[in-house]
Every structure is written in C-alpha cells, then in structure tokens.
Design a protein around this ligand. Structure first.
Ligand SMILES: Nc1ncnc2c1ncn2[C@@H]1O[C@H](COP(=O)(O)OP(=O)(O)OP(=O)(O)O)[C@@H](O)[C@H]1O
Length: 302
C-alpha cells in the first residue's frame, strides 16, 4: 500500500516561492529522505501532509486519506516531529508527554517509557529549563509514543549530540523493521545515507531528483587520492588516460577518478612510479548532493 502520495502539489506564495508540481510516493515500510537547501520547500510540503495548509492544486494523501479533508483520521496513524516545536513552557516534560498521550486516547505509556530510557531523557524537568537537545527528545517521545504507521520527521536530530544522533538512527532502523513508513527531512547526509531507501531532492520548490540509496553503493567509478614522491612522476601520470579531478601541486597529490574497468591500468601505471600513498575516497551522498546543487546529474531514478 502507498503510505504517502503527493501528486502535482502546488502552493505558490509569489516571487517564485512555495512548491510547484511536487509529486512523489512513499510505500509501506519505506524510509525516504527529503533533502534540499534552506527555503527549498520541505516544510511547506510537510505542512500539506499534516493538513495545515490547503493545496492550491494537486493532492496530498496519507494512507489513502486526503490530507486536507481527512486530517483528523490521519492523526491517529501519524507521528509528526516538527522542525521547530512550540511547547507549553509551564509544563514539565513528563506532564507534556502525559498530556499528549491523553489527547491521543493512549492509556499504555510503555512505549513512551522505552523511548525516554532509550534517549536517556530526564523528563521531570520543566520544559522552559530544558536544553534544545532535551526538548528535541521530548518531541521524539511524543512523535513515536503511539506506535504510528506513518512518521513525518522534520530535521529530527536538530540539537542532539552525536551519541544521541546514533541512537536516533537506530530507532529509525527498528521502526523500518516494523514496517513503518517514514519521511524524514534532514541536512545531515550521513543520517540520511544510514537510514533511507530513497532520497527525494527538492530545489526552489521543485523535486529535482528521486534516487535509490543503493545507487550510492553501486557507483561504477572509484576515486583515489595518490601522493607521489617526486615531481616527475607527479607530472607524468597527468599525461596518462585517467581523469584527474584535483591537482595539489605543493603536496604532489592528485585525485584520480577511474571507471572500475580501468583499475588494472591504474595499478600498472602507478607501479612504474614512486608512490608514497594511495587512499580510496568514498563517493558519498554528500558528493552527489553537491553535484545536484551545482546543476549536474539531474537524473530521475525512481
Ligand atoms: N506562509 C508563507 N507565506 C509566504 N512565503 C512562505 C510561507 N511559508 C514559506 N514561505 C516561503 O516558501 C519557501 C519554502 O519554505 P520552506 O519553509 O518550505 O523551506 P524549507 O525547505 O523547509 O527550508 P529550511 O531548510 O530552511 O527549513 C521559502 O522561500 C519561504 O520563505
């Protein structure tokens, strides 16, 4: 079943701001990362999924329910973590968690307790005295406490320290195992890379690409940083057939990009030179992301 279905969604705020003809789907059990620079339209898209904003044209549906007309029904099956939370400051974390549970008609607080322990959260403190990270943990508990089928997470690890970020990645993996469908916006490439099945990239309100995460592991090219012992070898390899993507003259270093079929040629060429070190450089999601924003690789791989 399709968990999230966005079709030709448009909200034009004027001055080329907003979202334009946005379409993508998330299947049951799928985790999709939502990437894009500041102001690209991620939160606007998410606000439509939550029924906070009425589409000018197009539709947004969660579990085949219309987000604008049927948002109350959707809420029962949805966990939402906003990018910026507006908490009632006069409550403690525990009170807010209990209040949220009550609003949801949730009697069993076992899952909340598990999450509190998982994130090592002291929820007894008043929210107004909590650090950004603590507030974020309270938000995570509230979003996941009712074991929702669909999760929409807007920059979920904002304020979390690296240890807690890895606890969060673990939580996402566990939820995925349980068959949950997750849309997660993030600026952290490693977080997206470590959890997502696909990545939707948005720029200036338009989806510019939807990529399968496994594509990143299957790139048929490898990049090596090679340091040479003398300027002669450093110079001569540059006349060879290989693509040189960076030249660091002072350090006698080259970044060489080869197709996997050229590996033996490279080994033979380097064997004839005095080489100090060879280091493989991982082609990461971050490189791919940067390429997109430089205007390259606008492929649609669904
Ligand atoms: N209610 C509104 N009225 C007018 N313009 C708006 C409104 N809401 C958002 N915008 C504009 O629409 C664009 C998209 O904003 P949005 O918040 O969706 O971006 P985002 O991708 O979530 O960015 P960030 O990574 O900074 O959170 C921005 O240029 C923003 O200023």
């Amino acid at each position: 079943m399709t968990a999230i279905n966005i079709q030709n969604l448009t909200k034009d705020y004027g001055n080329h701001k907003g979202i334009f003809d946005v379409s993508f789907q998330i299947e049951e059990g799928e985790v999709v990362g939502f990437l894009g620079p500041n102001g690209a339209g991620k939160t606007t898209t998410i606000r439509h999924l939550l029924g906070f904003s009425k589409p000018q044209s197009g539709t947004a549906a969660v579990l085949q329910l219309n987000c604008w007309n049927e948002s109350k029904e959707i809420q029962k099956h949805l966990g939402y973590l906003p990018a910026e939370m507006a908490f009632p400051e006069n409550m403690t974390g525990t009170q807010l968690i209990q209040h949220t549970a009550k609003m949801r008609g949730l009697r069993d607080l076992k899952r909340s307790q598990q999450l509190i322990e998982m994130f090592n959260l002291d929820s007894s403190a008043p929210i107004k005295r909590m650090s950004k990270g603590m507030k974020q943990k309270v938000g995570i508990v509230c979003a996941f406490m009712h074991d929702p089928k669909v999760l929409i997470l807007d920059e979920p690890t904002t304020g979390l320290d690296p240890l807690m970020q890895s606890v969060f990645v673990q939580l996402i993996r566990e939820e995925k195992q349980k068959g949950k469908s997750i849309l997660m916006s993030s600026h952290l490439f490693e977080e997206i890379e470590g959890t997502c099945d696909r990545i939707a990239m948005i720029k200036q309100g338009k989806i510019i690409s939807v990529i399968k995460a496994q594509e990143f592991n299957n790139v048929e090219k490898t990049t090596f940083k090679v340091t040479f012992q003398n300027p002669e070898d450093f110079q001569s390899i540059q006349h060879d057939i290989f693509k040189i993507s960076e030249i660091h003259k002072e350090g006698l270093q080259l970044v060489i990009e080869i197709k996997d079929t050229q590996l033996n040629d490279l080994i033979r060429a380097l064997a004839a030179k005095n080489v100090i070190s060879i280091r493989e450089m991982k082609y990461s999601l971050e490189d791919n992301f940067m390429n997109f924003y430089r205007g390259e690789n606008h492929d649609h791989v669904q």
